[in-house]
Design a protein around this ligand. Structure first.
Ligand SMILES: NC(=O)C1=CN([C@@H]2O[C@H](COP(=O)(O)OP(=O)(O)OC[C@H]3O[C@@H](n4cnc5c(N)ncnc54)[C@H](OP(=O)(O)O)[C@@H]3O)[C@@H](O)[C@H]2O)C=CC1
Ligand SMILES: O=C(O)C1=N[C@H](C(=O)O)C[C@H](O)C1
Length: 268
């Protein structure tokens, strides 16, 4: 059995801890490195400490130390962290699974450029359920193209820093694409005051933040006399972690290129 050496960036974060535990439990993966932000209190500690386990590695902020001998970095941090990490990984042949959301266009361009030098899998949601939902939305959008107003509602925990969620934006892109439109041309991200009647060609977004909601997404197709809702609700971050490990194994067989979860799951 080939064993892949994995590092986790954002090791002390909500997703980082979930990933550390998942990697430690996988027979075909070895935890070979862990990264956290410079200045983080977690730097220098054992990434398995929260599980009461000694992993043999330390959380590093120095990329050369944290990524020595690593095949695949799994990165759930912030756009500025991920962009720094992929620059290093592209230069040193480390493959990267990117779960971080909230990138602007220059960040997306930098990921595409790095993917010419190493293999990268980037997706705003690693769960199988969300990725199947994207296929359902593509089909629904084609059938509700006329007469149905499309609204995307997402809810997340109070600690989330970006909005709308990367998943909601991806859902919008998929729906707009199925309708032959560009999301940037039809998205309405906020409404306040006298907004006038709804533009029938728009795709609306609404964001809820509160408590410990892990991640809920609903797409509403509202017609006259009926409405259809397609929802996905996460009850644990484990589905994101399992999808990330699947993506890491997928990258094991690639040298360069930019992939997403639809590639990993064989949906295209
Ligand atoms: N694709 C998917 O399936 C999913 C994506 N996400 C996305 O993953 C990201 C992380 O989410 P979550 O784990 O909840 O967030 P947390 O805030 O819990 O964790 C973020 C981690 O990244 C570290 N970090 C922050 N800034 C930097 C930086 N500049 N350089 C290096 N490390 C940094 C933090 O360190 P410190 O605490 O010291 O600042 C922390 O360890 C978000 O963008 C979120 O939207 C989340 C769930 C699923
Ligand atoms: O920040 C989170 O927690 C999540 N972020 C991702 C997103 O922005 O879509 C995925 C998931 O919804 C959880």
């Amino acid at each position: 059995m080939t064993v892949l050496n994995i590092a986790v960036a954002g090791a002390s974060g909500r997703m980082g801890r979930m990933l550390i535990e998942a990697v430690l439990n996988a027979d075909d993966l070895k935890l070979a490195g862990a990264l956290d932000a410079p200045g983080s209190a977690a730097v220098g500690t054992d990434p398995g400490a929260f599980l009461g386990k000694a992993t043999g590695v330390k959380i590093e902020s120095d990329l050369a130390r944290g990524l020595a001998g690593v095949d695949v970095l799994i990165d759930f941090t912030r756009p500025e962290g991920t962009l720094k990490h992929i620059e290093y990984c592209a230069a040193h042949g480390v493959k990267v699974v990117i779960g971080t959301t909230g990138f602007e266009q220059p960040g997306r361009d930098a990921i595409a450029a790095a993917a010419q030098k190493t293999a990268i899998m980037a997706a705003p949601n690693m769960s199988v359920g969300v990725n199947v939902t994207l296929k359902l939305l593509e089909m629904a959008a084609k059938n509700f193209a006329e007469g149905y107003d499309i609204e995307i509602i997402e809810a997340h925990h109070r600690f989330k820093v970006d909005a709308p969620s990367g998943t909601a934006l991806k859902m919008g892109e998929v729906i707009a694409g199925a309708l032959g439109k560009n999301l940037d041309d039809v998205a309405v991200y906020a409404r306040e005051g006298v907004t006038g009647e709804r533009d029938p060609s728009s795709i609306g977004f609404a964001t809820v933040r509160g408590g410990d909601i892990i991640g809920d997404h609903t797409v509403l197709f509202a017609g006259i006399g009926e409405r259809i809702e397609i929802s996905h609700k996460s009850s644990s971050r484990v589905s994101y972690a399992m999808g990330s490990l699947r993506a890491a194994r997928f990258l094991g067989g690639k040298q360069t290129g930019l992939y997403d979860m639809q590639d990993v799951l064989g949906f295209r």
